[in-house]
Design a protein around this ligand. Structure first.
Ligand code: BDR
Ligand code: CA
Length: 315
């Protein structure tokens, strides 16, 4: 059965790979909309990057892009230009997009789309701070119950954080939004750093991606190569973690992952701001609100990424 999804995103290259893979998988996924949020870089860049990525594969007419919240619900936005460059798409010059974002505020559009479709048929795929999702839930209290589920990249179990010792970026930026989402009652799949830090853009994988040929594969080769250099320097890893496409990969091939249904609470305290407190061993009686994936078949994942990213292009 084809899954209907909305992708909420702050496009750096890994976000773009994630939603283009969805477009490259028409037998399994119907992409209803892309909604953008301020995150890695400010909202005007994330929205433009979404449009640029769609135009790169000739798919700008196939899915609307709606801009959403410029920053978190109650805090100031902390961007990550040090990771992704000034525009969020550093490493390869993509042409300015011709298309523009569609009219409407992303949280409102999420509500409209989910509420107008049959119950439990829409999955939210979240690749960024969860501000738009929490705002949508605040606007429509019946939203969570109407969802098929939420699959998100964010958090960490025992890996530790990538912006503070405790927190991963997407959860750190808007912890109040994340708390609202984790408490919403919809089935949640959380893909944390424990998983993505073992899914690295090692040279043979990027070479394989480029060898597929075509301008979009060349563009992503360079964009991911730029990220790889930063990550290798910052983390001493062999390659950079390819975070967000894990969400699309999970929809397509859940068998690539292993995890556990557990309780996850979000810390909004300063020292541990944005920490995902994962009750891995069920030492509390708190409700099991998230399937936390901690293992991935990295080679199988990259094969899938390359196949579906390649298939995204319409000539
Ligand atoms: C998350 O932050 C962003 O840089 C990536 O796109 C991913 O969503 C990883 O912490
Ligand atoms: Ca992201």
């Amino acid at each position: 059965m084809v899954k209907s999804i909305i992708v909420d995103t702050d496009p750096s290259p890994d976000d773009a790979v994630a939603f283009l893979m969805a477009l490259g998988s028409p037998d399994e996924i119907e992409l209803l909309a892309i909604t953008t949020v301020g995150g890695n870089v400010p909202l005007h860049h994330t929205t433009r990057n979404a449009l640029k990525a769609l135009e790169l594969v000739g798919r700008q007419a196939d899915v609307p892009v709606y801009a959403g919240a410029a920053g978190p619900m109650v805090r100031t936005l902390e961007t990550a230009e040090y990771v992704h460059g000034e525009t969020g798409f550093e490493g390869y010059d993509l042409p300015e997009p011709v298309a523009t974002a569609s009219d409407g505020f992303a949280p409102d559009k999420i509500v409209d789309l989910v509420m107008s479709r049959p119950e439990k048929t829409v999955t939210l795929c979240c690749l960024a701070p969860l501000t738009n999702i929490a705002l949508a839930m605040a606007r429509e209290p019946r939203l969570a119950a109407r969802l098929e589920g939420i699959v998100l990249m964010g958090g960490a179990r025992s890996e530790g954080g990538n912006v503070t010792p405790a927190a991963e970026y997407n959860i750190y930026v808007d912890p109040e939004a994340a708390k609202k989402v984790f408490e919403c009652g919809a089935p949640i799949v959380m893909i944390p750093l424990d998983c993505t830090h073992t899914a690295l853009t090692q040279k043979p994988r990027l070479d394989k991606l480029r060898a597929m040929g075509g301008p979009h594969m060349a563009a992503f080769y360079h964009l991911l190569e730029w990220n790889k250099r930063f990550d290798e320097k910052a983390w001493g890893m062999d390659g950079g973690p390819l975070h967000d496409p894990t969400v699309t990969a999970y929809l397509l091939k859940p068998e690539l992952f292993k995890g556990r249904l557990v309780n996850v609470e979000i810390s909004c305290d300063e020292l541990t701001r944005g920490m995902t407190v994962v009750d891995w061993h069920s030492v509390t009686n708190r409700p099991k609100n998230a399937l936390v994936l901690t293992e991935i078949d990295a080679d199988g994942y990259f094969d899938l990424v390359i196949e579906r990213l390649y298939a995204a292009r319409k000539d």
